[in-house]
Design a protein. Structure first.
Length: 79
């Protein structure tokens, strides 16, 4: 399947996570949906995702900040 076909596809949550390589849990996917970063619709009890995994990851900011523990400075001298 080409990426163009993936971009035009609709997804169920488990299929979306599998196609994305399971980068995070199902509850995290629903948090992304509720935050508006993943476009989804409900039809009855079914959730249908319209945002392709590729489009989602391309929308994330580029670059990585240093870990929070590296940003902390020690109070006083080294122990």
């Amino acid at each position: 399947m080409t990426m163009q076909a993936d971009d035009e596809r609709v997804w169920r949550p488990d299929a979306w996570l599998k196609a994305a390589g399971n980068p995070f849990s199902r509850p995290t996917l629903y948090a992304e949906i509720h935050a508006g970063r993943v476009d989804a619709r409900k039809r009855g009890r079914s959730t249908i995702i319209l945002t392709s995994p590729r489009a989602y990851f391309e929308s994330l900011p580029k670059g990585i900040d240093p870990p929070a523990w590296r940003a902390r400075k020690r109070a006083g001298g080294a122990a």
